[in-house]
Design a protein around this ligand. Structure first.
Ligand code: FEO
Length: 392
């Protein structure tokens, strides 16, 4: 377990978690993840940027030993979530002379979550600079990426931004750098959709604080280091700020095939009208794919059968997820089949108060869809095609 160079004076000492498949018992990780920690060595002071998930504390300590680190002056804690802060107590046991640097809010959270004593943590002010000898670190408070206590660190002499979860991706890889290959973007988009999108308005307002630095390297807490930062910065600009695309996303469940037939007819009808439509069967456990589709979608059309007078529980889960991640979606409708009645639409509407959408009248039918139901789906597709035309 050795350190790996990033730029002069900066080494990676983190851990790659190839086998993890779920984060927070919620977020699927089809490609594993990494917990990035970086060592920054000035001529006078040595800093560890973040730690790792506690299950990998031994790996971090081995890499620090391999790097010949006898003394740590500071441990920067950008974010108190345990996948980055969880090994800090072990680091402090090994390097008791170290002082943790964090925002005031993070200082309190480190005490609450991990029992880190307050006298081991020094709160840093926004834009406060600390001299390491030939290198300088500057704390940039950036709350809500994605907790209230988060900050980033700027290393001006290397034009390197340690960006915490921002610009990260859940990706296990032996590659240190993302390069200029757009193939790295799907992982970053998935991460954005699941973790950052709920805070997109806040991030959008503060992106200038990052772009004005003109970083040469962006070193996030998960996934590869961005050595061509324009790739990820342009992608974030699009995800955060561009109008939604001419895309309808249709998450659905079907119990007796009627809702599926409605979804298929609706998809064809959208395509025929020049509207891109993506269906997502909620039997697929990887809801991250649905979250990614919602980054760009102008419309969400939920397909649900009725179960005990309400939406199918898998649909209710998808609605709650959409409500949590707050996509830019502008239009919403519901399609589906019922057997004897119910309140699926009313219950679904109550589950998505965070979505500021125009609700288009639902298309519900009893049992198998008849000709008039298919015609109603055509009208829904026509309405959405016209609505999309107003926002493109
Ligand atoms: Fe990667 Fe919010 O922790």
């Amino acid at each position: 377990m050795r350190e790996r160079p990033v730029v002069e004076g900066v080494e990676w000492v983190g851990a790659v978690d190839w086998d993890r498949r779920l984060f927070d018992e919620l977020i699927p990780l089809p490609d594993g993840t990494s917990y990035n920690a970086y060592l920054v060595r000035g001529s006078e002071k040595t800093v560890l940027m973040d730690s790792v998930d506690p299950s990998f504390a031994g790996v971090l300590l081995e890499r620090l030993a391999s790097a010949g680190v006898k003394r740590l002056d500071y441990v920067v804690c950008h974010h108190a979530e345990q996948d980055h802060s969880g090994a800090i107590p072990r680091v402090l046991e090994r390097y008791p002379e170290a002082t943790v640097l964090a925002t005031e809010k993070c200082k309190v959270m480190l005490g609450d979550l991990l029992g880190v004593p307050a006298d081991k943590v020094r709160a840093v002010a926004d834009r406060e600079r600390i001299d390491l000898g030939g290198l300088t670190i500057e704390g940039i408070h950036f709350p809500w990426v994605h907790w209230p206590e988060t900050m980033l660190t700027w290393l001006p002499e290397r034009r390197t931004l340690f960006s915490c979860d921002l610009f990260g991706s859940h990706l296990a890889t032996s590659e240190m750098f993302a390069g200029n290959d757009p193939l790295v973007l799907p992982g970053a988009k998935r991460y954005y959709a699941e973790i950052m999108m709920p805070f997109r308005n806040f991030i959008q307002k503060n992106m200038e604080r990052v772009t004005s630095l003109e970083p040469a390297f962006i070193a996030p807490s998960h996934g590869p280091v961005h050595d061509h930062p324009a790739l990820i910065l342009d992608a974030y600009h699009e995800w955060l700020s561009a109008p939604p695309k001419n895309l309808v996303v249709v998450p659905y469940v079907s119990m007796h095939d009627s809702t599926r037939r409605m979804v298929e007819h609706f998809m064809e009808s959208c395509a025929w009208r020049g509207v891109r439509a993506e269906q997502f069967n909620l039997g697929d456990p990887d809801v991250g794919k649905l979250a990614m589709l919602l980054v760009d979608a102008a419309s969400l059309v939920i397909g649900t059968p009725t179960v005990l007078a309400g939406p199918h529980p898998k649909v209710a889960y998808a609605a709650s997820l959409a409500n949590l991640i707050r996509p830019k979606v502008r239009f919403l409708s519901v399609i589906g089949s019922y057997s004897w009645g119910g309140k699926a639409v009313e219950q679904l509407a109550a589950m998505i108060p965070n979505l500021k959408v125009e609700v288009i009248p639902p298309v519900l039918c009893k049992g198998v869809p008849k000709a008039e139901d298919l015609a109603a789906l055509d009208r829904l597709a026509e309405t959405l095609a016209k609505k999309h035309g107003t926002i493109m």
